[in-house]
Ligand binder design. Sequence first.
Ligand code: HEC
Length: 122
Amino acid sequence: MKTILPLTMLLTCVALAASASDAPTPKTDPAAAAFKAKCASCHAKDATGSPAMAKMFKVKPETLNLVDTDTLAQKDEGLAKTIESGKGKMPAFTKEKLKDVSVKDLVAFVRSLAPAKAEAKP
Ligand code: HEC
């Protein structure tokens, strides 16, 4: 009987350790996570824009599309400026607000969502 308690404690520790490593620490790109958390509400998960949000803001649905040719044709600096300073109904996302991800990474992430044919022309 004496050995039961330490054994139970050991098992509990093992279980706790296991559950800690199972905890949601997905190895996803921080930019992807940030986009999902901070941008997808307006721009949709795939960055094609949320039609409901476009309606609410009274803007054309294309305005919220970040993977259309118009948006992708812009230089990284231009897109970064819109993200950092905001534009129209687009809120500004300062470094403080973005915390664990850089604007540069977000721009790169948005570009990574782009359909191949819509990529910016050199
Ligand atoms: C509250 C809604 C909202 C959120 C949240 C939001 N945006 Fe926007 N975003 C907009 C709107 C509206 C525009 C269009 C602004 C305009 O042109 O008047 C826009 C425009 C943009 C543009 C410029 C597109 C172009 O064609 O010039 C980029 C890039 C962009 N957003 C990226 C982001 C990123 C990255 C995030 C997350 C960090 C984000 N947005 C979060 C509403 C939002």
